[in-house]
Ligand binder design. Structure first.
Ligand code: C2O
Ligand code: CU
Length: 479
């Protein structure tokens, strides 16, 4: 159990002094302050054999676990995480969603040197805000091998209006025995070329996805993706979560997949969405919701009596991930079970949610506005921002203390979940919704604001890891 029932708290985090601090610039100190709690752990990244449920795979993982073990701390704690790199390649760790000091952000070439094979790097930072996050390398397509784990920052002042908690990590796998994202990347690179001006309407088709104009959402290209995982398990051997009928459960849903948007539903239940990307929203009921790569949703459910499938269907592809909620007796669901909730109205995240009052940035007109156009196409396979691939791009700039508005326009026929490091956007078009990863529909656009309160140079990219690696990334630099 996770404590007594109480009104949901807000997003203020407690500082080492115990005072509540609003959402504003993160603590930048490199060492713990007197009295600050220090959470220490060590991770080893190495080649491992993982069991997906009767299928074993040789891959790269943290401490041989898939997902890696959860790191847990309270808002305001100081984290000291050592990474031992026993991989045959350079690596790093990015703390996805945490507003931390720039030097700990884990992007080789932007915030640190790569961690060489045999090397060790110690990440040290304060985690200012409560929330559901995860961590992964920021090198090539290593995220797509199995190098990821949740990091949960609890709010010590929020007792939590739930009895139990279930962390649900979604992933997509190319195959069970030889998953090799570098080969996938190489295949894409073989098809690369310039980003064409304008937009390629070829191959476009129409799906039932509300508000979407194309069903090629996952953008799998030539690659076949037969396995979808929840907490590292295939549907034939699903993870089982046990609770008692009538209990309130908090699900912390994380999409760690590299190339798949999931449609998630829990058979027999309605989801009450409470947070996205760690931040409180005005509670909203949903039968099903989309979770894009890099996004997190926290939902609560009051559980019935029986055995219920939690399904994450791969949008635009054939396949799904499955986990089981068991509160009573009954047979396990079939691997291809399709709860009716999945085909009900689907919550489209940012466009239908609003920030809780406690999570809002103070109202303010932007000091500057910049345009961020997403460009590219499947053939030749090339992706970029403002007409340039990363490496040939000019950084976006912002002055410290400014409120910056980005007008992100998707000029392609694919979905792009855009992710900002070191900051949390506020979406003026969604009642101030706070997010660090925003799914942008084909030909859609979204305005996002941020307060430039965390100096440094920060990555901004699509969280389709293949799009990012092929060029859909740039940086935001403080002038
Ligand atoms: Cu999880 Cu730069 O990303
Ligand atoms: Cu993309």
């Amino acid at each position: 159990g996770v404590g007594a029932l109480a009104a949901c708290g807000d997003n203020t985090a407690s500082t080492p002094g115990g005072a509540s601090r609003p959402l504003q610039g993160p603590p930048l100190q490199a060492t713990p302050q007197p009295g600050q709690k220090v959470v220490e752990t060590t991770l080893t990244a190495r080649e491992s054999t993982v069991d997906l449920g009767g299928i074993t795979a040789r891959t790269w993982a943290y401490d041989d676990a898939l997902p890696g073990k959860v790191i847990r701390a309270n808002a305001g704690d100081f984290l000291r995480v050592a990474l031992d790199n026993r991989l045959p390649a350079d690596t790093s760790i990015h703390w996805h969603g945490i507003r931390l000091r720039n030097q700990a952000d884990g992007v080789p070439g932007v915030t640190q040197d790569p961690i060489r094979p045999g090397g060790r790097f110690v990440y040290e930072f304060t985690a200012p805000d409560a929330g559901t996050h995860f961590f992964h390398p920021h090198v090539g397509a290593q995220l797509d091998r199995a190098l990821y784990a949740p990091i949960i920052i609890d709010d010590p002042n929020e007792p939590g209006a739930y009895d139990a908690e279930w962390i649900v990590v979604l992933d997509d796998w190319t195959d069970g025995v030889g998953k090799n994202p570098d080969q996938i990347l190489a295949d894409f690179q073989a098809k690369t070329g310039p980003i064409k001006p304008g937009m390629d309407m070829g191959g476009m088709d129409h799906s039932s996805m509300p508000g979407m104009s194309s069903s090629r959402l996952g953008d799998a290209g030539d690659v076949v993706y037969p396995h979808y995982l929840i907490n590292g398990r295939i549907p034939a051997a699903p993870t089982e979560f046990r609770a008692k009928p009538g209990q309130r459960i908090r699900l912390r849903i994380i999409n760690a997949g590299s190339d798949t948007v999931f449609r998630v539903a829990l058979g027999g239940h309605t989801l009450r969405v409470t947070h996205t990307d760690g931040h409180r929203v005005q509670d909203k009921q949903a039968r099903a919701l989309f979770v894009a790569m890099g996004e997190r949703y926290d939902v609560t459910v009051t559980v019935g009596d029986g055995v219920f499938p939690l399904v994450a269907a791969a949008e635009g592809k054939n396949g799904q991930a499955l986990a089981v909620l068991r509160t009573g007796s009954g047979a396990a669901p079939a691997p291809d079970v399709r709860p009716a909730e999945l085909d009900g109205p689907v919550l489209l995240g940012a466009t239908e949610l609003a920030a809780a009052d406690s999570a809002r940035l103070p109202d303010r007109e932007p000091d500057s506005t910049i345009k961020v156009a997403l460009n590219g196409q499947m053939d030749p396979y090339a992706w970029g921002i403002n007409g340039k691939k990363h490496g040939e791009d000019n950084p976006l700039t912002v002055g410290k203390g400014q409120r910056l508005r980005m007008q992100i326009t998707n000029e392609t026929m694919m979905l792009h979940p855009m992710h900002i490091h070191g900051h949390t956007w506020s979406l003026p078009g969604s009642a101030g919704l706070r997010k660090d990863t925003v799914l942008i529909k084909p030909m859609g656009s979204v305005e996002v604001d941020l307060d430039a309160d965390n100096p440094g140079t920060w990555a901004l990219h699509c969280h389709n890891i293949y799009h990012m690696e092929m060029g859909m990334m740039t940086t935001l630099k403080y002038t």
